[in-house]
Design a protein around this ligand. Structure first.
Ligand SMILES: Cc1ncc(COP(=O)(O)O)c(C=O)c1O
Length: 396
């Protein structure tokens, strides 16, 4: 712990030189998660029974924005806003509802909304009714820090974020504010109001992520994330899939699977079997039950970190579409799995020499030939002293 404290103390610039280029902002790096960051804001600024307004979960919002089973939905009176017929935030309806219900806090932010959010509009509405505006930029903070997405901080009284989505840091949360009154309240709310001792190892990880976000390479990374996402969306459309809101302006999108006669649950499972990871996600006015639903959420930050450019993304998208055409065709899934292995082979997640230093292991890993069975084989026959490292690379 002492070593960590010394490390922290010797790098104050990482904490004061923030990736969100606004002098005068206080940032709180202690929240253990994005949800806890949001809860801290609620506890600091609201009383149980107050009204809050957020994007409904069914139309792209987050659980902590007022979902009925979440603390935010149980403790507060929730007034949700939603999307219009074009599947874009219905700003007019949001404004009317804000004037009718006078929420004390308005949340601008989303978990599954691919196009830019007009924060200025939210700020005008919040100001006109004397409400706080909280921007939850959990998904967009990396893009925003790199300057390739609308700047999220200037319009809000308080900004929350996770540190592990597009910001590409450790799992955790942060809160930013330039409002002195809010800053004071947040300070005592996080500790002792909600949390105990700080998770210094995670805070060190956040500092490293902020440091990375300040490097020029981070900007090119985020630009690539956006071009890759655009390619992903366009290729899905070429293959007959519908993208919710018709386009993406960020790092993610929702694909509507109804036209293909497949559910989100079946798609997630089949793609997982082909070693393509995604999550099922509801689409606006989803006709299916919440655990089945009709969409999948796809995004490009992870594959871009892996080194994928537009060509690899195009190939990956075709593989996704190939699986979605026949999600129960085991032969087709196996063939896609092989192609996935070929695509990722040149850019392993972990550096070769660290996790699988032996030549034979590297060959097998790059061809994705490991299974528990041949690990046992390797233990006895090939790797001897190194088999544990190989095992962690394969199963971890
Ligand atoms: C918009 C938004 N806010 C908050 C969170 C919560 O983050 P965490 O999972 O760290 O609690 C998420 C996570 O999915 C999110 O998308």
């Amino acid at each position: 712990m002492r070593a960590m404290k010394d490390w922290y103390a010797s790098r104050p610039h990482l904490f004061t030189k923030r990736p969100y280029d606004h002098p005068g902002y206080d940032s709180y790096v202690q929240p253990n998660s994005g949800s806890q960051a949001n809860q801290a804001v609620f506890l600091a600024l609201l009383q149980p029974g107050d009204s809050i307004m957020g994007l409904s979960l069914a139309e792209g919002g987050h659980l902590t924005h007022g979902m009925h089973l979440n603390m935010s939905g149980k403790w507060f009176n929730v007034v949700s806003y939603g999307l219009n017929a074009a599947e874009e935030i219905d700003y007019e309806a949001m404004e009317r509802s804000a004037h009718a219900h006078k929420p004390k806090l308005i949340i601008a932010g989303a978990s599954a909304y691919a196009i830019k959010i007009d924060r200025e509009r939210f700020a005008q509405v919040a100001k006109s009714i004397g409400a706080y505006l909280m921007v939850d930029m959990a998904h967009y903070s990396g893009l925003s820090a790199a300057g390739v997405y609308s700047n999220l901080t200037p319009y809000a009284d308080v900004v929350t974020s996770t540190t592990h989505k597009s910001l590409r840091g450790p799992r955790g949360g942060i809160i930013l504010t330039n409002n002195e009154e809010v800053a004071k309240k947040i300070n005592s709310t996080v500790f002792p109001g909600m949390q105990g001792g700080p998770l210094m190892h995670v805070i060190a990880g956040k500092a490293t992520a902020f440091h990375e976000a300040l490097q020029p390479a981070f900007k090119s990374y985020q630009q690539q994330v956006l071009s890759n996402d655009d390619t992903l969306a366009k290729t899905l459309v070429e293959r007959g899939l519908r993208i919710v809101s018709r386009r993406t302006e960020s790092h993610l999108m929702l694909a509507d699977l109804r036209g293909k006669g497949i559910t989100g649950k079946a798609a997630e499972l089949a793609l997982g079997q082909a070693h393509i990871t995604c999550n099922k996600n509801g689409i606006p006015n989803d006709p299916e039950k919440p655990m089945v639903i009709s969409g999948i959420r796809l995004g490009t930050p992870a594959m871009t970190t892996r080194g994928f450019g537009q060509e690899q993304v195009r190939l990956t998208t075709h593989l996704i579409a190939d699986v979605l055409v026949a999600p129960e065709d085991r032969g087709r899934i196996a063939a896609v799995r092989e192609k996935v292995a070929e695509l990722v082979a040149p850019s392993p997640v972990y550096g070769d020499t660290v996790l699988h230093p032996c030549f034979i292991c590297r060959q097998l890993l790059s061809k994705n030939l490991f299974s528990i069975f041949n690990l046992v084989f390797l233990k006895g026959m090939v790797c001897k002293t190194r088999w544990l490292q190989v095992q962690s690379a394969t199963l971890g």
